[in-house]
Write a protein of this length. Structure first.
Length: 239
């Protein structure tokens, strides 16, 4: 069965163009022409990818993105934006969009972004399936199940968005290593979002709010002055 992709776009010509190119990639596109119906479809079905426009009737794309991430933290979201909407584009990334593409866009660029997103998801699943012994990390009371994408802190469940989980798992798999903001953008978002380093800061702050007792004095996610961030080494966390 071909992978299903949901297109939430009110411009019929753009939706037709996106659907045509998705079919050429061997995917099965379905459409929604407004934010409310798009959100209902997004939460009511299984999708390999969601293509989401920002400017939508009834419910705008940012609100749709936020609601999708509340109910479904894992399905990748490719956001469509206009070049003049930089603030909205940044907000979209911070709300949980995995990738964006600006209008007008070329079909080659669209195909490349879609294939990269789907390839990343498949690679992550295959890597975890092939390494069951490495599917769990425990550090200082923080436990991560990499296959089920679950996090607990001192036995208490912690709800993370997809990007928050990806960030935390990268840090936890490499304790002590300092990452710059551009490195985190490249490795977690998979794309060079030049000038969007504050997106990392926002995700780090939200992560700290969920796993740190005092985000002003973090134990797990530590700031490295002049560089970026690192996860504490096991010896710093104690038994």
């Amino acid at each position: 069965m071909p992978e299903r992709v949901l297109i939430i776009e009110d411009d019929r010509e753009i939706a037709d163009l996106v659907a045509l190119n998705l079919r050429d990639l061997g995917l099965a596109p379905e459409r929604a022409a407004d934010g409310r119906s798009g959100l209902a479809k997004a939460l009511g079905g299984e999708w390999s990818l969601i293509v989401l426009d920002l400017m939508l009737p009834q419910l705008d794309g940012l609100a749709v993105c936020r609601r999708i991430r509340e109910g479904n933290p894992f399905t990748p979201i490719l956001m469509l934006t206009a070049r003049s909407e930089e603030v909205d584009r940044v907000m979209g990334l911070e709300l949980g969009a995995d990738e964006y593409i600006t209008k007008p866009f070329s079909v080659r660029e669209l195909a490349a972004r879609v294939k990269a997103l789907l390839r990343r998801v498949r690679t992550d699943r295959e890597a975890l399936a092939g390494r069951p012994a490495e599917g769990r990390i425990e550090l200082g009371g923080l436990a991560m199940d990499l296959q089920k994408r679950r996090v607990t802190l001192q036995g208490r469940s912690v709800e993370l968005t997809a990007k928050e989980f990806d960030l935390l798992s990268l840090f936890a798999r490499n304790p002590g290593r300092a990452y710059s903001r551009p490195e985190l953008l490249a490795q977690v978002w998979g794309y060079q979002y030049e000038g969007y380093e504050h997106t990392v800061n926002s995700h780090i702050n939200r992560l700290r709010g969920k796993i740190e007792h005092d985000r002003g004095h973090p134990v797990y996610l530590r700031t490295v002055s002049g560089v970026g961030y690192r996860f504490a080494e096991p010896a710093e966390l104690g038994p």
